[in-house]
Design a protein around this ligand. Structure first.
Ligand SMILES: O=C(O)CCC(=O)C(=O)O
Ligand SMILES: [Fe+2]
Length: 405
């Protein structure tokens, strides 16, 4: 080998440090530049708020060692959505803008302050939630935790979560959502399809109207959207024979895994975990529509169905929920945003990838009725087909063949 080649081999010892030096200086340049210039894909990383002092410290997570009794069945529930006006006239009276996210799910209402709602408006909102699955509000002023709790309480007895984070201020009916740059790498831990769920469906009377208010979050473009998926529309994606089959099934919803997760992390389990049977297809008392009451988070089996058969249906339903954009609504949070959903008819998931930013929210959930299936209820599409004179959706697959480009 020629001497020059040997010479070339002498350099590697110094090369890494040269690269490191170069990178360091480039990084510093970019950081300086980013203070005054938007650099796509970079600027967001620099804007992480300092951890301390933090305005919402009293709402950061705590795990007090509390013990609560089991939740007893028979909690009274009257759905306020039944008192809502079909055109939502009271709620939307002062709205500056109202628009849907997709035909099947999600509506944003602008210009309405939740803190000022009258009872009539709360009834309209409940009805809108039952029909649209999730409703978004922005630029909320003065929607503090007392107002959020009062709104939830108007709709039903507030749920207290047995395992997840409580706020430091001791409010037991508040569930905290909180991730900082010090949290475990959420993107690596959870793919979204793993996290899709409806809240606490293992309870005998799982919640209906549930609100999440954001306290802190990434800057715009920094990630952390939440996505909802419609269980009414999930039902309408199924063939008539599959609909009929699923209508005969009962699902097992379990809190065991969630409780075990807390124990594994050395955190308290405030109420013993329960396993509850619910009909796999349920009727919403306000719309009268059927929805598949399924979520990949808490459903652990179908009564009388062999494990493998259950697993295939589990995977099929999960795929429809997680990968059908037309039955989903995706919300990008901003300061002052509040999302409220009907937990009986939707699944939802956070999206990760917003580190190093803090993302912090507070959730309040109203206990609803025990799930039931009214055999006379119809599906969302059935009602809309009749109302609008639409052709029923062709479910034999033949329409799809031209859509490969
Ligand atoms: O963090 C989110 O986007 C959703 C959190 C959640 O699942 C909830 O508040 O019920
Ligand atoms: Fe949730």
């Amino acid at each position: 080998m020629a001497p020059s080649a040997f010479k070339a081999e002498e350099t590697p010892a110094t090369t890494p440090s040269i690269i490191a030096e170069k990178l360091k200086s480039t990084t510093i340049d970019i950081k300086e530049k980013a203070k005054t210039t938007f650099i796509p894909g970079f600027t967001n990383y620099l804007n992480a708020a300092p951890d301390e002092p933090y305005e919402w410290e009293q709402f950061t997570p705590a795990f007090p060692d509390l013990k609560w009794d089991p939740i007893q069945p028979g909690i009274p529930y009257e759905d306020k959505g039944l008192l809502g006006d079909p055109t939502y006239s009271r709620l939307l009276e002062g709205a500056t803008e109202v628009f849907d996210y997709t035909q099947k799910i999600g509506t944003e209402v602008r210009g309405v302050q939740l803190k000022d709602l009258t009872d009539d408006q709360k009834n309209d909102l409940a009805r809108l939630l039952a029909y649209r699955g999730v409703v978004f509000f922005r630029d909320q002023e003065g929607f503090d935790i007392d107002t959020q709790l009062a709104l939830g309480r108007y709709w039903g007895k507030l749920h207290k979560h047995a395992t997840t984070m409580l706020p430091k201020n001791g409010l037991e009916e508040v569930h905290v959502v909180h991730t900082t740059k010090n949290s475990k790498n959420q993107t690596a831990l959870f793919t979204s399809s793993y996290l899709w769920h409806s809240d606490v469906t293992y309870e005998i009377q799982p919640p209906s109207y549930t609100s999440l208010a954001v306290l802190a979050g990434p800057p715009r473009g920094g990630g952390g959207d939440t996505i909802w998926s419609s269980n009414y529309a999930l039902y309408d994606l199924l063939s008539p024979s599959m609909q009929k089959y699923l209508e005969g099934l009962t699902a097992l919803h379990s809190a065991e895994e969630q409780a075990q997760g807390s124990r594994n992390d050395g955190r308290p389990v405030r109420r013993e975990p329960v396993v509850t049977e619910h009909p796999l297809v349920r009727t919403n008392p306000v719309t009268g529509w059927k929805g598949v009451f399924f979520n990949p988070g808490f459903v652990k089996g179908f009564v009388g169905v062999p494990k493998l058969e259950y697993e295939y249906i589990y995977r099929y339903l999960t795929e429809l929920i997680t990968s059908s954009p037309e039955i989903q609504a995706r919300f990008t949070w901003e300061k002052g945003s509040v999302a409220i959903w009907d937990n009986r008819v939707t699944n939802h998931t956070p999206s990760y990838g917003f580190a190093p930013h803090r993302r912090h929210g507070v959730r309040v959930a109203a206990t609803a009725e025990k799930p039931y299936l009214d055999p006379n209820s119809v599906s969302q599409d059935e009602e809309l087909d009749a109302l609008l004179g639409r052709q029923p959706t062709n479910k034999d697959g033949s329409l799809i063949s031209n859509y490969n480009d």
